[in-house]
Design a protein around this ligand. Structure first.
Ligand SMILES: [Zn+2]
Length: 262
């Protein structure tokens, strides 16, 4: 890992998260520790779409926001559908989806913004969260992308990077904890699709979604040396929720990415 930007563990208020610091943009990827939700969402379930009391989720979100220093009312939550729709968001979207599912940015799998202090959210439990930073005209701009295998094949990671690069120079990216090549076994048909789209990123053992993301980031112009891969597999590491390992009955992580105040 010769990445230019640091990715390191932080701890506060009983929570642990990986924090990436990249050119005026930060991203936090929490573990499942430190929350109030009971099994199977124990304990820091941050998703309102799973079988958990909303009050638990909001308390968990409150704890995460307090720990990482992003006000909960500044979160922007997309209503993810494994698609490729991206949305630019600003002050007017602050708080969308932060406290209720009804107010999410609908049918959206990637958020882009240059607004300081807005917390762009990605929800996941195996899918790949990717945060990209570019230098825009008025400072850093960022993208926070949800890429499951469908979105990865469809190219949402490269599309988000391209959208940023039309406005400024791409500086770096981080690929957060998600299902690794050790555990992402697929059937022959899906492997063939990955083989065609991302030659060399799939073999008998599994598909390497982290490598797929790296390919598309590089193709869009993100310097490969500035791409940090957490390389932590949610399915084999008990610190994380895993949709596959837990047969669909589990919690959700939220990655939060934000531009630091000037
Ligand atoms: Zn694994």
């Amino acid at each position: 890992m010769s990445a230019r930007f640091a990715l390191e563990w932080r701890e506060a208020g009983g929570l642990m998260w990986l924090q990436w610091d990249g050119a005026g943009v930060c991203a936090a990827f929490p573990t499942r520790e430190g929350g109030v939700s009971p099994a199977p969402c124990d304990s820091l379930n941050l998703g309102l779409s799973v079988d958990d009391a909303p009050g638990n989720v909001l308390e968990n979100r409150r704890r995460l926001c307090a720990a990482v220093g992003v006000p909960q009312e500044r979160l922007v939550v997309p209503g993810q559908v494994h698609g490729t729709t991206l949305a630019w968001v600003g002050e007017g979207e602050a708080g969308r989806g932060a406290f209720a599912r009804e107010t999410v940015i609908h049918d959206c799998d990637g958020l882009l913004s240059g607004a300081p202090g807005l917390g762009l959210v990605v929800s996941y439990a195996d899918c790949v969260p990717v945060v990209i930073v570019a230098r825009g005209a008025d400072g850093p701009e960022l993208a926070a992308v949800h890429a499951g295998w469908r979105g990865m094949l469809a190219g949402i990671v490269g599309q988000a990077a391209a959208a940023l690069s039309r406005r400024g120079r791409l500086l770096g990216a981080v690929v957060g904890p998600s299902i690794g090549p050790c555990c992402f076994t697929v059937d022959e048909g899906l492997r063939a699709r990955f083989d065609e789209r991302f030659p060399g990123c799939a073999d008998e053992a599994g598909v390497n979604l982290w490598a797929c993301a790296g390919r598309d980031l590089a193709a869009a112009g993100v310097p490969p040396a500035a791409v940090t891969v957490a390389a932590l597999c949610t399915a084999s590491d008990a610190r994380f929720f895993s949709h596959r390992r837990d047969h669909g009955s589990t919690g959700r992580h939220l990655a939060i990415a934000w531009r630091q105040e000037a």
